[in-house]
Design a binder for this molecule. Structure first.
Ligand code: ADP
Ligand code: MG
Length: 696
């Protein structure tokens, strides 16, 4: 039977299980499978055979180089290409790839941010093969997914803590399941990231230094039309964009990335891609690859893909929803089952999740903190900076009933009296969608909606996994301390008490409303509005204790992350400020001077002829005043930005960026934008919002 195109090309550039089975000896394949499936330690002996098989496969697919693919603290991926080519003494060449080259690499680590870790420990950093993530080919390069660690084993990357947190959650969730009499082989998280992005014309992009240097427009007055007609959402896709999306799907499918849904988003030029969910760390890897492919392939269509959280003021920014659940083998633990006993297990995990998010709301907020995302959170287009949980009309009453039930304990059979039997059916058909909630239960998974479009999803998943692992352990301890009571009764009490103690985090109302901010303060929920406010969570003793307890990140690693994130924030703001002053001095001021100069000449000429020319005179006066204002505010921004940049202490530097530099940037932008409204289009040095967002 003829195979369809998609099936035929699916995973063509991915070194899949089938490839391994075909190319490895039976014992080696079995050993490698144990490493991949059961988490058995990697025996170095098998590495040589695996490396050889991978190389042969890659050469057949046209690859010439290999690279260790890793995720430094910047969040984007890094690679350094090495050829397979090895010269022989007789002048011929050999295409070689050893087990050692597969397992370990030593990139020049000094150029990656380490938050001071390498200075404290050891200068070198190593990449180490992660056999759980399959190798793949990208641009004729065999890419080997790796973790990036220091000589003494400290994580220098985003992936290592993610793998550690997945292990922690697996261990604790298995203990919970054991109490329910279940012994799954593997417990893992499932993640489905919905990726938003903008596509604009390459020629417009190239004419805007702010887009080139910072990924967002730092100036631009409001377009004549915004997103108010909501015509773009699910509207017809532009033909060029459609061509881009087709090529993207093709390329992603070849890499075994299950891209599934594509559509327009709310803002003009905004789109979304959602894949089918995968195991946590695979989903994070695949999201990074997807983002990279988007950027690359856009250029084939004369487009540029903007992944910044806020490329344009006045229309929505871009986020990335992290859909998250836990699975035991193939069973989704957040899927409410048909019988009461199953509901109890579901309720235990739900309670653990609610407690985890409440106790570490500050960490959840920290995990999505970035200069770019600060433009979205709390801006009535994205969830507020306050973390809360939405359970929905179906689940909330159940939780309410559990909290307010008068009996101290509810026996197993009483589950039925709680009004839960109808739960599974209703839940599966969860049509209730509160778009304003940062953390929403959507039928059989949670959707964490605060993530930024350009961020690496590792951080939010590390926090979730670790915080839930802690609550799972708390449950096991709770049960162990009451071993003389029936398990079901104890478990029910745990659920009831947990919901009662963490009720404040549950909020089903409108997250965009100002009332909620006040209500949240009353409830004692943190409202960390900016990145500098949010990063402090990394240094909080309770949070350090959490990560250390589960071996996810130690104090030094957390401190390093605090420093790296602070530096990244301050550097970004500094680049934005510099770009603004550059554009003001070299583009906007000259344009305004030349336009008003020409107008002034006209005014003079007309006056010589005895013609009043009132409008021209008004405009010249307004622009002249505007020039003075822009000139003054540019100097002010320069001064404040260099003052902030002179601070060596990252905390101090970030605070100055937030309190002084950003307000000065906003002031300069308003002054320039006001001039854009007056200046003739032929004089204006960059494409306007009208041009960029509403092209035909
Ligand atoms: P929406 O209606 O929010 O746009 P969808 O229902 O299309 O979203 O699903 C969004 C994402 O959630 C998809 O990537 C999907 O694969 C993912 N998803 C579905 N079930 C799970 C699950 N159990 N665990 C993690 N992600 C899931
Ligand atoms: Mg969604």
């Amino acid at each position: 039977m003829a195979q369809d195109k998609v099936t035929a090309e699916w995973g063509e550039l991915l070194f899949t299980d089938a490839d391994m089975q075909e190319r490895l000896s039976r014992p080696t394949y079995k050993e490698l499978k144990q490493v991949i499936d059961d988490g058995a330690p990697l025996d170095l002996d098998i590495a040589n055979e695996v490396a050889h098989a991978m190389k042969e496969w890659a050469l057949e697919k046209g690859a010439t180089h290999f690279t260790h693919w890793f995720q430094p603290l910047t969040g984007i991926t890094s690679e350094k290409h090495d050829g397979f080519l090895t010269p022989r003494s007789d002048g011929s060449i050999l295409m070689a790839f050893s087990g050692k080259e597969l397992v370990q690499g030593e990139p020049d680590a000094s150029s990656f941010p380490s938050g001071g870790l390498r200075a404290t420990f050891e200068a070198r950093g190593y990449t180490v093969w992660d056999p759980m993530s399959p190798a793949f080919i990208k641009d004729e390069v065999l890419c080997i997914p790796t973790a990036f660690i220091s000589y003494t084993g400290e994580a220098l990357d985003k992936k290592t803590p993610l793998l550690r947190s997945q292990n922690a959650l697996e261990v604790q969730a298995k203990r919970v399941l054991a109490l329910f009499g279940r012994e799954p082989k593997r417990v893992f998280t499932t993640v489905g990231p919905e990726q938003e992005y903008f596509l604009i014309k390459e020629e417009d992009y190239k004419a805007r230094p702010d887009l080139i240097l910072t990924g967002r427009t730092l100036f631009g007055c409001a377009p004549a039309k915004g997103q108010e007609l909501e015509e773009h959402y699910f509207g017809a896709i532009r033909p060029t964009v459609s061509e881009f999306m087709k090529e993207l799907d093709d390329e992603l499918w070849k890499l075994g990335i299950p891209a599934k849904t594509k559509h327009n988003e709310v803002a003009p030029c905004q789109h979304e891609l959602a894949p089918v969910f995968e195991k946590g760390s695979t989903a994070v890897d695949d999201n990074l690859l997807t983002m990279e492919k988007m950027r690359l392939l856009a250029s084939h269509h004369g487009l540029v893909c903007l992944q910044h959280e806020k490329p344009f003021e006045y229309v929505n920014g871009s986020g990335k929803h992290n859909n998250w659940s836990i699975s035991a083998d193939d069973k989704n633990l957040l899927e409410p089952g048909p019988d009461p006993e199953h509901n109890l297990q579901f309720l235990v995990f739900l309670a653990c999740l609610v407690a985890a998010v409440d106790e570490h709301a500050d960490l959840m907020r920290m995990s999505v903190a970035s200069a770019g995302n600060d433009h979205r959170l709390g801006a009535n287009e994205a969830p507020p900076a306050i973390v809360s949980i939405f359970l929905g009309d179906n689940l909330s009453p159940v939780v309410e009933a559990l909290i307010h039930k008068e009996h101290a304990d509810v026996a197993e059979r009483e589950l039925i009296d709680l009004g839960i039997p109808q739960l599974p059916a209703v839940l599966r058909d969860n049509t209730d969608r509160n778009r304003t909630s940062p953390f929403a239960f959507t039928g059989n998974k949670f959707e964490f909606r605060m993530c930024g479009s350009q961020q690496n999803l590792s951080d939010p998943n590390v926090v979730l996994n670790t915080a839930v692992a802690e609550q799972c352990e708390r449950f096991c301890d709770y049960v162990a301390a009451r071993s003389d009571e029936p398990f079901t009764q104890v478990a029910m009490r745990f659920v009831r008490h947990t919901f009662r103690d963490h009720q404040r985090i549950i909020f089903d109302g409108n997250g965009y409303s100002p009332d909620w901010e006040e209500e949240a303060i009353r409830r004692g929920l943190p409202n960390l509005k900016t990145t500098p406010d949010a990063l402090g969570a990394l240094m909080d003793p309770d949070n350090i204790a959490l990560f250390e307890k589960y071996g996810v990140l130690n104090e030094a690693e957390l401190h390093a992350r605090y420093v790296a994130k602070s530096e990244q924030y301050a550097k970004l703001i500094n680049i934005e400020a510099n770009t603004m002053t550059y554009m003001a001095r070299h583009m906007y001021l000259p344009a305004l001077m030349s336009y008003s100069g020409e107008l002034a000449e006209t005014v003079a000429t007309k006056a010589g002829l005895g013609i009043a020319g009132k409008a021209e005179k008004d405009v010249v006066e307004m622009i002249t005043a505007g020039i003075d204002e822009v000139y003054k505010l540019t100097a002010r921004l320069e001064e404040l930005a260099s003052h902030a940049a002179s601070k060596a202490n990252p905390t101090e530097c970030c605070a100055l960026c937030r309190d002084e530099v950003i307000p000065a940037m906003d002031a300069l932008r308003s002054a320039v934008d006001a001039m854009e409204r007056l200046c003739g289009e032929d004089w204006w040095p960059v494409p306007s919002y009208n041009q960029m967002l509403f092209y035909v």
